[in-house]
Design a protein around this ligand. Structure first.
Ligand SMILES: *Cc1c(COP(=O)(O)O)cnc(C)c1O
Length: 462
């Protein structure tokens, strides 16, 4: 299998190179040149397997000869062994025909661990074989950064630099990034918002002499290997509810469109997904785009679900690529328009393609808090604010088809928002109870690209 860029002007790569690169050299995102379908019988045979066994069957066709079968199996096993639940992604029932997929049992308590723990293992194996090293840079609204640091800390052939918006992540998120003692970990607090951080990362990737000089590798949600890892839990949940014989819908709290795009890939592989519902907070560019066709940025408004405080949803480009009939030049033109004028209009044909699959909704700050308190009162389940955005939107889309809402983080990651919604403070799981006693280590930077590049050059191990 080959991977091609959404902008049509970068070389096709195999899985290994796609994973190690992240962003394509034409500024686009990599996608498989075709999506291998699973037959009904193959989907049915996933029932009863462990999460790890399902993951192997679902991902194997995408990785080509990058890893031998046994090696790939053992990398998957190591990736998920640190999770605090034997089901890895347990499914709970919230109401008649409404289910919650708990994706927060990994080491940093957010769904990002599903992808990041796996790519930590995959990077390490690939780099050990090639005796190479890389510098990982990532922008985070909070959860990607902590998941990346947890996955890559202490590895010999990797230095990791994580940019987060100063003052705009929760204390738990910040401490998960600033307290690891390993010297290859560098937490960078940037003056600006998440989009500032993400733009800096993109600029570093587009500066080829810097990119090649420090051997830059990206692990943001644009990295194809992350999307792939997230495809697995759509299958595990749907099969538990009767797929392939019964269709399922999913509601996904959405920021960068990575998680929901994994659902789109599962659907393309043949999983019977009726609708994928994009749930946004008050930063609702995707909701506006799907309902009106206008993708127009509008400034980030900080919310109680900060991991979704995003206006430029990188992975949406992948959906646009398919919606425009895989015309890379058309996508490149839209992205140029976005950069020069802050928005673009989706063509009627492309919009119809998207609306076949995606529906959308938004939750205000008040609706998010009310959902936390009401669900706690009715079911004793404690939702994080992101998951509450999802539940609120899902409730407006219930039908005869089972609905699964993705619970993207543990409530204890956002204790202030949860406490103000329902009156009690959610406790951190035992294994990270000492988080607030550990010393922090962080560098504050202005958001100037040259200053940032100098900092990275000066701190990588040679
Ligand atoms: C990252 C994140 C999201 C948004 O996921 P995307 O893949 O960026 O759409 C939602 N909730 C939480 C808790 C997250 O960490």
């Amino acid at each position: 299998m080959k991977y091609i860029s959404t902008r049509g002007a970068a070389p096709a790569l195999n899985f290994e190179a796609t994973m190690l690169t992240g962003l394509a050299r034409d500024g686009g995102l990599y996608l498989p040149d075709h999506v291998p379908p699973m037959t009904q019988a193959e989907i049915a045979s996933l029932a009863g397997l462990s999460y790890e066994e399902q993951a192997y069957v679902i991902m194997r066709p995408f990785i080509g000869d990058t890893f031998a079968d046994d090696e790939f199996r053992s990398l998957i096993a190591r990736a998920y062994q640190g999770f605090g639940h034997p089901a890895r992604a347990p499914l709970k029932q919230l109401a008649p025909n409404h289910f919650l997929l708990e994706l927060f049992h990994g080491p940093t308590l957010a769904f990002k661990d599903f992808a990041m723990q796996l790519i930590g293992q995959l990077f390490q194996a690939a780099l050990a074989r090639s005796r190479d090293r890389v510098t990982i840079v990532g922008a985070t609204s909070g959860d990607t950064g902590s998941a990346a640091i947890e996955a890559f800390k202490g590895l010999d052939n990797v230095d990791v630099f994580i940019l987060f918006p100063h003052g705009r992540v929760s204390d738990v998120q910040r401490r998960q990034m600033t307290t690891p003692a390993e010297s290859n970990v560098h937490a960078l607090a940037i003056d600006g918002d998440f989009d500032t951080c993400q733009a800096l990362v993109k600029d570093m990737f587009n500066d080829f002499s810097f990119r090649d000089g420090v051997k830059l590798a990206g692990v943001n949600s644009i990295n194809w290997a992350r999307v792939l890892a997230q495809v697995v839990y759509y299958f595990s949940a749907a099969v538990s509810l009767g797929a392939p014989y019964r269709a399922v819908s999913f509601t996904v709290p959405t920021g960068n469109f990575g998680d929901i795009f994994a659902g789109y890939i599962a659907r393309q592989m043949g999983l019977p997904i009726e609708k994928l519902i994009v749930a946004t907070n008050q930063n609702d560019i995707l909701h506006r785009a799907i309902t009106s066709g206008g993708y127009v940025t509008d400034g980030v408004k900080p919310s109680i679900s900060p991991s979704m405080d995003i206006q430029v949803s990188s992975n949406f480009e992948r959906a646009l690529f398919d919606a425009y009939g895989r015309d890379g030049a058309a996508v490149a033109q839209l992205m140029d328009e976005l950069k020069s004028s802050g928005g673009f209009h989706i063509s009627q044909g492309a919009l119809e393609f998207l609306r076949e699959i995606f529906t959308s909704g938004r939750a205000s700050e008040g609706e998010t808090s009310q959902t936390i308190s009401r669900i706690h009162a009715n079911t004793a389940e404690i939702l994080c604010p992101h998951s509450a955005v999802g539940v609120h939107v899902a409730e407006q889309n219930l039908s005869a088809t089972p609905m699964v809402t993705l619970a993207t983080a543990h409530p204890a990651k956002f204790p202030d928002a949860v406490e103000s919604a329902m009156g009690t403070r959610p406790a951190l799981p035992e294994r990270m109870a000492d988080l607030f006693d550990r010393p922090e280590r962080v560098t504050r930077l202005s958001g100037d690209l040259a200053e940032l590049q100098a900092h990275i050059r000066g701190n990588i191990r040679k």
